[in-house]
Design a protein around this ligand. Structure first.
Ligand code: HEM
Length: 485
């Protein structure tokens, strides 16, 4: 009978035994990506777990993930129809919507808008870099203020404001001060976004938990509220743009998106997709970049000899009389290597946003039916001992050859922006932002940690891994090269 056939088919997928009702939820632990990697040793790189009533396939390791996301790119381009995904960006998110003709159009518009405001020509490139330099210099001053009288502080909020300001400047032509309380409060709430949409979050796979008075219910409620609040903030700005729209002058990304969606050729997208797109870009552009900068600062204070070596190189290449700029990047290979090693070592987006299959597909001999939720374990690629010598050791020099030149083959093996049809569309702007923030921060300041506290790499799990209890102090190196505010 059909039931027995279904059961047999399901059995064909390897994986741990799922318990009734909860499945394997209780086995995930605090760090699901580590559990997924351990399970791959027993069940292979493609296996199935069950969370609540959802069968989920987990992909591990470079080969299986590339086979799936590149060779079978369309089959893996879907997103699950999780309830939480529908709460994002006013229900008009590109990032969290399933594969469709409309999604393809939506993604193309978002992608070309990013390009138009960051790399289309030398003028936009310069304007984009200028925003970042301004934010980086502001950050230096804020850090120095927080470090007055030998104090130590947690830089995470300030980094979030700085990264959010870069993307807000692109989207709205407007930035916010570090002491703008309303903006800060909004961002600190959005900080919790990744807890709900990260792979292994249980709210979507056990929706019945909502009907009990328990913490999961409040997670859903909080998630809904934070998305509504964030969306309202963006919508307000988009409405102002709509009211003052002039087809002759494209002031920023909001104008550009209004122009394509509302005044361009019919592309099947209604005007509320404008708000959805802008919310997506600000959300994606802020949390990821600021989390990477947090890890960079943490690793700089954990390895002071590496910090000193970076500063030695930057002083040699840039000198002390001007700020580092993008043109210095190719001469600062060790700095680039440090960024790649931070992305590899922390794998701070350990598992991508959940995917789902758009058709039946077979990976490494394992048959995966259509509409299966798929978790892609990027951490496993970055910690594969076959690929990386001592993967658990932080060593930026692994990316440099004997002449100190960056090994491009190796840097492209780091998986943090995902690959295939759903790969990140902000990777280029993220790399420019991180390079400039990082170079300017260590050119202008030295960082140290509180000697009375052990430096821990403990972190919280979610779509991004965020360091816990992180406190640093900044000291000016020589003279400040910005305008004093
Ligand atoms: C998607 C990483 C910065 C926009 C993603 C995904 C990852 C990722 C892992 C999910 C891919 C998948 O599901 O397979 C990162 C990292 C960043 C970063 C590590 C910084 C270091 C940015 C920035 C923007 C951006 C600055 C834009 C302003 C997006 C968008 C998507 C996405 C729109 C959704 C793509 C889709 O679903 O088709 N990113 N990202 N990201 N990212 Fe990024």
């Amino acid at each position: 009978c059909l039931w027995v056939r279904n059961l047999r088919q399901k059995r064909r997928l390897p994986g741990p035994f799922p318990w009734p009702v909860v499945g394997n939820a209780m086995q995930l632990g605090q760090m699901p990506h580590i559990t997924f990697s351990k399970l791959s040793k027993k069940y292979g790189n493609v296996y199935q777990i069950r969370l609540g009533c959802n069968d989920i396939v987990v992909l591990n390791g470079d080969t299986a993930i590339r086979q799936a996301l590149i060779q079978h790119s369309t089959a893996f381009a879907g997103r699950p129809n999780f309830l939480s995904f529908q709460m994002i960006s006013g229900g008009k998110s590109m990032t969290f919507s399933n594969y469709s003709t409309q999604w393809k159009m939506h993604r193309r518009i978002a992608q070309s808008t990013i390009r138009a405001f960051s790399s289309a020509n030398s003028q936009t490139k310069k304007a984009f870099e200028q925003h970042i330099v301004g934010e980086a210099l502001d950050l230096v001053q804020v850090f120095l203020r927080h470090s007055a009288d030998g104090r130590y502080f947690n830089p995470s909020h300030e980094l979030t404001v700085a990264a959010a300001n870069v993307i807000c400047a692109l989207c709205f032509g407007k930035r916010y001060g570090h002491d703008d309380l309303e903006f800060k409060t909004l961002l600190s709430r959005v900080d919790k976004f990744g807890e709900t949409v990260g792979a292994g979050s249980l709210v979507d796979v056990m929706p019945w938990l909502q009907s009990f008075p328990n913490p999961v219910r409040s997670i859903y409620q909080n998630f809904k509220e934070l998305n509504e609040e964030f969306f309202a903030f963006v919508k307000d700005k988009v409405i102002q743009h709509r009211e003052t729209y002039n087809p002759e002058v494209t002031r920023d990304m909001s104008d550009a998106i209004i122009s394509v969606i509302e005044h361009g050729k019919d592309n099947g997208l209604t005007k509320d997709f404008v708000e959805g797109t802008v919310t997506d870009l600000i959300g994606a552009g802020q949390d990821t970049v600021s989390t990477l900068l947090q890890w960079i600062l943490l690793l700089l204070v954990k390895y002071p000899h590496i910090q000193a070596k970076l500063q030695e190189q930057i002083d040699k290449v840039v000198g002390r009389d001007r700020l580092p700029c993008m043109e210095d990047k190719s001469s600062l290979a060790y700095l680039d290597a440090f960024v790649y090693e931070t992305m590899r070592f922390t794998s701070f987006v350990p598992v991508t946003i959940p995917h789902s299959t758009t058709s039946d597909v077979t990976i490494e001999g394992v048959h995966i039916p259509r509409d299966t939720v798929v978790f892609i374990n990027q951490w496993s690629v970055n910690h594969d001992p076959q690929k990386w010598k001592d993967p658990h050791v932080f060593n930026p020099s692994r990316f440099l050859d004997e002449n100190g030149v960056l090994d491009k083959d190796l840097t492209s093996s780091v998986m943090i922006f995902s690959i295939g049809k759903r790969r990140c569309i902000g990777d280029q702007i993220a790399k420019v932002e991180v390079f400039l923030f990082f170079a300017i921060l260590i050119h202008q300041c030295s960082f140290e940690s509180n000697p009375s506290q052990e430096i821990s790499l403990d972190c919280s799990y979610g779509l991004t891994l965020k360091p816990l209890n992180h406190s640093i102090s900044a000291k000016l190196r020589g003279k400040f090269l910005g305008l004093v505010s």
